[in-house]
Design a protein around this ligand. Structure first.
Ligand code: SAH
Ligand code: SF4
Length: 353
């Protein structure tokens, strides 16, 4: 690999940084230092890398960038959820959501500005796709939030040094529609010389891009969640246009073929929309899909977005739906709605200040 200069250092792989050092006629250990500054010490400028020779820093700063995402605003929910409104150097706005729980501290990250999939119930889906995020922009959401949480006095974990324990790729965008940047970002986040997340603590969510699911399985060990959201094509294609391209028969086959191992499960997500997919017979049909494959189901009561024409089922309906799954022997959970008061819940992200 040769380095031609230019570009964002944070998006480069380990090998890419070795090429940078070679391009500057610096020894390989300089690449390791660079990697540590960017991905472990979470540096926000090249000048800050004080144990690199001044001349190297000057050349690097003239030929490459390390522009961090700016934290434009944060909004804190009464339940402890914090929504981060972030801005890229070109002005693009994106959001990440911190979800503290008793036993874990999760960050929900975005992979695109907007989304091309057009799910009719989703706020992000109504925006269309503005652009993909780069690998550097994906990992920098984690770095900026980790830095902010430390500044707020959150103690890092004794073993890992990190405040954040888990990552979910369930923010804005369809991760598998930006697969190269996603895989590059995951490799950086998993790297033990960086923040060193465990692949068991990262979940990527997809609306069901079938060929990319197989590619994802080949290239990373992190977990996958599939947004099923309806048990028949007739219902699904009405709320998820992607179903016309990859109908349920193909999607279920892809789920069956997904190489799961202990610590690397595939799960279904199912947004409960009142009167659309929350009937008893929908629960039965869902059980028939998930049961034979032994796939766990996460039920997400809809977070209402004004103007999109969908409503949340009432809690007794959610409970009845859940009970049918459990009685059919399907492992199912109802996801808690977090951060609704600051529009930080699933499907409410639109990056507006
Ligand atoms: N694009 C990916 C990941 C982001 S969406 C995907 O669709 O899987 C993450 C989850 O939020 C998906 O399961 C999606 O169906 C769900 N979701 C979208 N809008 C929602 C809303 N308003 N209320 C509850 N869940 C929603
Ligand atoms: Fe995109 Fe996911 Fe929203 Fe569908 S639910 S529009 S795939 S972000």
């Amino acid at each position: 690999m040769r380095w031609e200069g230019g570009g964002d250092l944070r998006s480069l792989s380990r090998a890419g940084l070795f090429a940078v050092a070679a391009g500057l006629r610096e020894p390989p250990y300089r690449a390791r230092q660079l990697f540590g500054w960017i991905h472990r010490r979470l540096a926000t400028s090249i000048e800050a890398m004080t144990d690199l020779p001044a001349q190297m820093r000057r050349t690097l700063a003239a030929r490459a960038t390390l522009a961090p995402l700016a934290v434009d605003a944060t909004r804190e929910s009464s339940d402890g959820t914090i929504k981060y409104l972030l801005r890229a150097p070109d002005g693009a706005r994106l959001e990440a959501v911190f979800l503290p729980e008793e036993d874990r501290r999760t960050l929900c990250v975005s992979t695109q500005v907007g989304c091309a999939m057009g799910c009719t119930f989703c706020r992000t889906g109504t925006m269309g796709l503005s652009r993909d995020l780069s690998a550097g922009e994906i990992v920098d959401q984690v770095y900026r939030v980790e830095t902010d949480l430390r500044a707020r006095g959150h103690p890092g974990d004794r073993e890992t040094g990190r405040v954040l324990t888990n990552l979910v790729f369930m923010g804005m965008g369809e991760p598998l529609h930006n697969l190269e940047a996603l895989i590059a970002a995951l490799d950086l986040l998993l790297d033990p010389a960086g923040l060193g997340f465990s692949h068991r603590h990262i979940t990527v969510s997809t609306s069901g891009l079938v060929p990319e699911m197989a590619e994802f399985a080949r290239r990373t060990r992190v977990k996958l969640a599939v947004s099923l959201n309806a048990p028949t094509d007739e219902q699904r294609e009405r709320i998820m246009p992607v179903d016309r391209k990859y109908p349920l028969a193909r999607l279920i086959a892809a789920c069956r073929d997904f190489p799961t191992t202990p610590g690397r499960e595939l799960t279904f997500e199912y947004v409960l929309l009142s009167g659309v997919n929350d009937a008893d017979e929908d629960a039965q049909a869902l059980a028939s899909l998930a049961g034979p494959l032994g796939i766990k189901v996460n039920l997400i009561p809809y977070n209402e977005n004004p103007g999109l024409g969908f409503g949340a089922p009432d809690p007794t309906r959610v409970q009845a739906f859940h009970e049918i799954l459990v009685r059919r022997g399907v492992l199912a959970m109802v996801r808690k709605n977090r951060g609704r008061d600051v529009a930080a819940a699933c499907g409410q992200l639109a990056a507006q200040s």
